[in-house]
Design a binder for this molecule. Structure first.
Ligand code: NDP
Length: 385
């Protein structure tokens, strides 16, 4: 039995991970966490018999009556998930927390010698060098959960690292593909939340609409596969059937295809190195499948270029980019910032941030904090215009 801790268990990835666990005879859950959705967390814990929990939101945690789940040992507050990971013996930690809040747990898991299956791409975006250094010192791998990176992981392993010329990440293009900049000025929260192919949490859905999700994924791929930014391509592929490709040194392309279903990369990461049956829709090639590819419109959607710029400066700048994006996405969802303001805020914040690397988690947290303050100021200026 592989003992797994699932952080962010109440979210889109977390819930699907629990479906993967339910379909498996080899996985057992030993810890669960959420931010404030305590009702669902307690239901999950009670049905699986999991006693070790973490709830980030103190007020939500205070609302859980002890009688509801008497056996539970609940760690509360922002550092609760990281304490859970340190204190509970596990063979794998699936980190499906959204945003910068997930980084502390990635660091805690690696420090405690626990391998990580990483959905929380922000861990690598904010502190890729630090996280990789820690994983290398501990002799641990990081298993990507993001569908594109899971595909790349398999393709690079099949080809051999030295045979890879470049990585190709596909992007659905989001709900606003082919829109003009003028049209984007007026899009609403509801339109931006209606993703054409994937059903995901709010933050990543907005990131998909701005294409910042692809920007974050380029940075994530740089850290996972050790390739420079000019060897990581992005191509728009609206059908989301090809998850990624690798170009090999001899000019051949290897690709990874399948119907979009996050349970496939989640099952891959949770069971790795085993490969198991997943009851998902099979891609019926004989029924006729169209595969379209196009270059992303980086003039209308500047996020990928901003991510590359920040990535070339280093972790301090990508950390600031992530903080600015989180603040701007929140402001957009709250109606304080227009859609085009999101890349606007990110651009202003990364322009004011130097690059360089981090020595400790505390340094990362300080840069994140300062960038958030700066982003809030820019949001107020842009939003008011
Ligand atoms: P969701 O918003 O659906 O879920 C986020 C989870 O994190 C919830 O359990 C939430 O708890 C918890 N959480 C939120 N804020 C905090 C916090 N401050 N501290 C601790 N826990 C917190 O997100 P997704 O599942 O969509 O995404 C999770 C991660 O996976 C992201 O990094 C995303 O980029 C990545 N990812 C997601 C994919 C998807 O298909 N959804 C695909 C590929 C990557 P609560 O429910 O209580 O709010």
């Amino acid at each position: 039995m592989k003992r797994v801790i699932i952080l962010g268990a109440t979210g889109s990835v977390g819930v699907q991970a629990l479906q993967v666990v339910a379909a498996s005879r080899n996985l057992t859950v030993v810890g669960l966490s959420c931010d404030r959705n305590v009702k669902l967390l307690v239901e999950q814990a009670a049905s699986l018999g999991v006693d070790d929990l973490a709830i980030a939101d103190e007020a939500a945690a205070a609302g859980v009556p002890a009688s509801l789940y008497p056996a539970a040992r609940i760690r509360t507050g922002a550092g609760g998930a990281a304490r859970l990971v340190r204190e509970v013996e596990a063979d794998l930690v699936l980190n499906a927390i959204v945003g910068f809040a997930g980084l502390e747990s990635t660091v805690a898991a690696l420090e405690a010698g626990r391998p990580v299956a990483l959905a929380n791409k922000e861990s690598l975006v904010c502190a890729g060098e630090l996280v990789n250094g820690l994983a290398a010192r501990q002799g641990l791998g990081i298993l990507p959960v993001d569908s594109e990176h899971s595909a790349l992981f398999q393709l690079v392993a099949a080809a051999g690292h030295d045979a890879v010329d470049s990585l190709v990440i596909t992007a659905s293009g989001g709900p606003f593909r082919a829109r003009t900049r003028e049209e984007l000025g007026a899009v609403t929260r509801e339109q931006a939340l209606a993703h054409p192919t994937w059903s995901m949490g709010e933050k990543i859905t907005i990131d998909s609409a701005t294409l910042m999700n692809k920007g974050l994924e380029v940075i994530e791929a740089h850290h996972l596969f050790g390739l420079p930014y000019d060897r990581i391509e992005v191509v728009v592929h609206p059908q989301s059937l090809v998850h990624a490709l690798v170009r090999l040194v001899d000019g051949a392309l290897l690709s990874h295809l399948g119907c979009p279903d996050m349970r496939v990369p989640i099952a891959f990461a949770l069971h790795y190195p085993e490969r198991v049956q997943v009851s998902t829709r099979r891609l019926d090639l004989a029924a006729g499948v169209s595969l379209d590819f196009a270059a992303p419109d980086e003039a209308t959607f500047p996020a990928i270029g901003l991510a590359r710029q920040a990535g070339m400066k280093g972790d301090r700048c990508t950390c600031a980019l992530n903080a600015a994006n989180e603040v701007a996405v929140r402001a957009f969802l709250d109606g304080r910032l227009g859609f085009l303001g999101i890349p606007g805020v990110v651009e202003a914040v990364i322009a004011g941030n130097a690059g360089g690397s981090f020595g400790t988690y505390e340094e990362v947290a300080a840069v994140d904090h300062a960038a958030r303050l700066m982003a809030e100021r820019v949001c107020a200026e842009i939003g008011a215009r």
